[in-house]
Design a protein around this ligand. Structure first.
Ligand code: NAG
Ligand code: NAG
Length: 308
């Protein structure tokens, strides 16, 4: 039986369960990425067929309230209950904390809530820097509020192993240390040894399970990634099973699920029409997901078929 099962895996047979831990593969939708006419329904259908389960995007409020998510500019985004259910909300910065208190007291509590997005890095000036002492003061009442159905994620730092930020934050807010069960981190590191080393270092420091809420080899320029699409696909195929095998990383969120515009090291998982590309095929394949049939990769890509 076991031998037969191994042979099936070797032959590339995919299962509905996948080979990584359940819910391991997830993605990111960026507010700044162009939303093509296909967004979100065909893209989400494609992504989920490759085992993507949840997504992060940069808001606490539901998507329909955010016009940045609609292909037609300046209109409210379309409502999609399945998509909305898969969204992990973020308390972006101290300006969201009061609304998060209201959310926790409502009858619509989210199963997970990330507490601050990159307080240590102001991306394009769009998000404010928050120092760890101010963050501790701001988040203390929120983490202390009853939250029987919600698991908290730590602030997701751009530099998660910074020797000062998280240690000062937890020192100033012991209730944060006890109430936050998951350490969130962002990592864009094309060097696989460095990536695994930094993920392990963060876990060794806090001893809590980890979600990599932004992941990929490319972060918009600074990571030094020079891969072509085949290189990005190879990176995904190699590193994703390694991270899964670490055991303490519960979920990774590949950035990004959209059709991003980038000349080099393009991390997009989908094409503008919502179809899968070679990177998504590699990412899903790394966890034993084969996608739905009928992909046009053979004609679209480099003449590669779908079988491996
Ligand atoms: C973490 O990544 C940096 C490069 O960004 C690297 O210099 C360092 O050695 C890595 N740390 C570990 C423990 O691998
Ligand atoms: C594949 O190509 C056919 C014909 O060009 C098109 O109708 C179909 O929508 C494409 N499917 C995908 C998944 O791209």
């Amino acid at each position: 039986m076991l031998l037969a099962a191994l042979l099936l895996v070797a032959a590339g047979t995919t299962s509905a369960q996948g080979t990584c831990k359940p819910g391991f593969l997830n993605t990111v939708f960026n507010t700044g990425t162009p939303k093509h006419a296909s967004w979100p329904d065909p893209i989400w259908s494609t992504l989920t067929s490759y085992g993507i389960q949840n997504f992060i995007t940069f808001s606490l409020a539901p998507l329909p309230q955010n016009p940045l998510f609609d292909p037609a500019p300046n209109t409210p985004a379309r409502s999609n209950p399945t998509l909305e259910k898969a969204r992990i909300p973020i308390v972006m910065d101290p300006r969201d904390t009061a609304a998060a208190q209201t959310l926790l007291a409502s009858n619509n509590t989210p199963p997970y809530l990330e507490l601050f997005n990159e307080p240590d890095y102001s991306y394009g000036g769009a998000t404010p820097l928050t120092d760890p002492v101010a963050a501790a003061q701001n988040l203390s009442p929120l983490v202390s509020a009853p939250h029987p159905h919600t698991t908290f994620l730590s602030p997701a730092l751009a530099n998660p192993n910074d020797p000062n930020w998280l240690p000062t934050f937890f020192d100033q807010c012991p209730e944060c240390l006890s109430q936050i069960d998951i350490i969130a981190m962002h990592i864009y590191e094309p060097n696989i040894d460095y990536a695994i080393g930094n993920i392990t270092e963060l876990h060794d420091r806090w001893g809590k399970r980890i979600w990599i809420t932004e992941f990929g080899p490319y972060n918009g320029g600074g990571s030094g990634c020079t891969f072509d699409q085949a290189g990005v696909a190879e990176y995904a195929k190699t590193i994703v099973p390694m991270i899964d095998r670490l055991g303490f990383v519960e979920k990774i969120f590949w950035n990004c699920g959209d059709a991003e515009v980038a000349d080099v090291c393009n991390p997009s998982l989908t094409e503008e029409d919502g179809s899968a590309n070679a990177v998504l095929e590699a990412l899903g394949g790394a966890c034993g997901f084969g996608g739905k049939g009928g992909s046009n990769l053979t004609v679209r890509g480099r003449g590669r078929g779908r079988g491996r």
